[in-house]
Design a protein around this ligand. Structure first.
Ligand code: ATP
Ligand code: MG
Ligand code: MG
Ligand code: MG
Length: 584
């Protein structure tokens, strides 16, 4: 493969794009890999597409190696399947919705569990057909609240998603392990410094789940790892060892107060403003707080809630899946909406750190046995660490204790004795889930088992952010002067620069390039003549980041060319004669 700079569809930029917040985004735009089409939506240019295809290639090889079969779904999907699993509603503003000319609802797929489930239901009916793993490398759409950092968080992006189908739990476990192993190989080959962390199932539902996080300061995920054992978990998933329970009566007087028995949204808001004032604005009803609260009602509609938890809490999710609980986001509810839910105890807020908006990793170990005659308690066990036990209940643990915990550096490891937790940032590159029977149940995917009995299929779902990987690798490998691709995914193996005006230089470069291409080396050849100075060509080569830069210049007169390692900057003069063998 040969690309010539004289005709390649690329324009390198000397200036940073104004909207780029992280180095990989700046450099991918400046070096001519991608261009922005709209917020969070990018066009791939030839160089970018080369890298993308290499990443896809590695992923495909490893998926094929575990026997997963590639299919391809449309991105434009009908509403009904997503309605059946309730995700049409659950996704809220997170998906792009549209209507056809007959006024029927469609969405642009954010992930494809429903569609895969239905496809398998369409085609398979026996345990003999299973296990089955299918995958696709496909464009996904999510109307992210904050599209960020170029390809890292797009609103249109490319994901490899796969789904496994098994007849029983042991099968699912095996399929999950196979995928997990394939992911280890994928991320090893992509050259990531990554960790595998425990994760919560989130909007996917299901039970066991792990994330592959690339270590990176620009990452949006925070995880903790143990200093002693191999425990690592997304802060959202840490099972904290609760500190010693605080006796209800020991809550410092300054932080405890009485409020009316059945607080209203207004009294709650007043309470927040008094206890946790914000600098920029006041709390108002309807404020959306990340990770704040689910209130769950008893299915029989009694006033007694069964549990409080975070969206994504495994236990809570499980109960929810089993139909025992119904989550309601009180934060988004006004008084009128409240009134529609007779089973709600008014005024639950929490868990959440309201003083530090968006902070996650909070766990409340509460048994909110609350009834009439409630009282609000707020606790702050030290300055700056506000734990809200903003809980209605005179005696909410049954024995007069509050337990609350928040993951922090230095906390004891939940997995070993003597280890402590330390936190770090990462970019979520991949995510493996055991979905269990949630989707199969909702969409009625059953097969006949050995005994001729209909059983519900159990599923796994596995995703890799393909376009995100391009940016994350760029972020991980770049330096002050430009991109710096690892050999596995570089857009070309060698960047040959013809540096000079003499025809002899161009002739020598031309024949070297032909030799390299013949030898199967992918070459990017800077054959630009005329006003383009060698200095400009070198700068472009450094910016574009091909791992080996070969300069054919004045030395040609003595039969010499220069070979430079882009990463280390190491230079070496070699003979033009036999150069193909030396370089390839
Ligand atoms: P995040 O926590 O970063 O929002 P997610 O947990 O919502 O990601 P999943 O639903 O697990 O994402 O999707 C599988 C993979 O798709 C993720 O691990 C990530 O690599 C990738 N991905 C998710 N959202 C985006 C996005 N907006 N842009 C690019 N890649 C994404
Ligand atoms: Mg997301
Ligand atoms: Mg995530
Ligand atoms: Mg995820």
């Amino acid at each position: 493969m040969l690309m010539r700079m004289s005709t390649l569809f690329v324009r390198t930029l000397r200036e940073d794009p104004s909207d780029a917040e992280v180095p990989s985004h700046r450099l991918l735009v400046r070096a001519g890999y991608i261009r922005r089409a709209a917020p969070g939506i990018y066009t791939w240019l030839p160089l970018g597409l080369k890298v993308l295809r290499k990443v896809e290639g590695i992923i495909r090889e490893e998926m094929d190696a575990i026997g997963a079969q590639e299919v391809s779904f449309p991105a434009l999907l009908p509403r009904e399947p997503y309605e059946a699993t309730n995700r049409w509603t659950e996704y809220g503003d997170g998906i792009f919705r549209l209507k056809d000319r007959k006024d029927a609802d469609y969405l642009l797929g954010p992930t494809h569990e429903e569609m895969f489930t239905l496809l398998v239901k369409d085609m398979y009916s026996s345990y003999k057909d299973l296990p089955l793993s299918l995958y696709q490398v496909q464009t996904k759409y999510r109307d992210e609240a904050r599209p960020r950092a170029g390809l890292l968080r797009g609103r249109e992006f490319i994901m490899k998603d796969s789904y496994s189908f098994d007849v029983d739990d042991a099968g699912l476990e095996a399929s999950y392990e196979k995928h997990r192993d394939a992911y280890v190989r994928i991320f090893d080959r992509l050259g990531f410094d990554y960790v595998i962390v425990k994760a919560t199932a989130g909007a996917m539902g299901g039970s066991k789940s792990e994330e592959f996080l690339a270590n990176a300061a620009v990452g949006e995920d925070t995880y903790v790892r143990c200093t002693k054992c191999d425990y690592a978990a997304n802060v959202e998933a840490v099972e904290v060892r609760a500190p010693a329970p605080v006796a209800y009566d020991d809550v410092p007087a300054a932080h405890a107060e009485d409020t009316p028995d059945t607080p209203t949204i207004d009294s709650l808001v007043d309470h927040l403003n008094a206890a946790f004032p914000r600098e920029d604005r006041t709390w108002t009803a309807g404020d959306t707080l990340k990770n704040v609260l689910v209130v769950l009602k008893h299915p029989d509609g009694s006033r007694e809630p069964l549990a409080i938890g975070l969206p994504g809490d495994r236990e809570v999710d499980q109960k929810r899946l089993e139909g025992q609980l119904e989550p309601i986001e009180v934060e988004a509810m006004d008084e009128a909406e409240f009134a529609k839910h007779p089973a709600l105890v008014k005024g639950y807020i929490g868990p959440g750190v309201l003083g530090e908006e968006g902070k996650s990793g909070i766990r409340y170990l509460l048994d909110p046995r609350v009834g009439e005659g409630t009282r609000w308690v707020t606790g702050a066990d030290e300055p700056g660490r506000h734990v809200i036990d903003l809980v209605a209940g005179r005696d909410f643990t049954g024995d007069g204790t509050i337990e609350a915990a928040e993951v922090r550096d230095g906390d004891p490891c939940p997995n070993c004795d003597g280890g402590t937790l330390e936190s770090a940032r990462g970019i979520e590159m991949g995510h493996v889930f055991q979905l269990g029977r949630k989707y199969a149940e909702a969409l009625d995917l059953k097969v006949l088992d050995e005994n001729g009995k209909l059983v519900t299929v159990t599923m796994g779902s596995y995703g890799v952010g393909v376009s995100r990987a391009v940016a994350a690798i760029a972020e991980d490998t770049l330096d002050e002067i430009g991109l710096c691709w690892p050999r596995e995914i570089t857009p070309a193996d060698v960047h040959v620069v013809a540096a000079g005006k003499d025809q002899a230089v161009f002739d020598a470069a031309e024949s070297l390039v032909a030799g390299l291409v013949d030898a199967g080396v992918d070459v990017l050849y800077d054959d630009r003549a005329g006003k383009i100075s060698p200095g400009v060509k070198f700068k472009d080569a450094e910016l574009i980041g091909v791992p080996t830069i070969v300069t054919v210049g004045r030395g040609v007169a003595d039969g010499l060319i220069e070979v430079k390692d882009r990463r280390t900057g190491e230079k070496q003069e070699i003979a033009l004669d036999g150069a193909v063998e030396a370089i390839r």
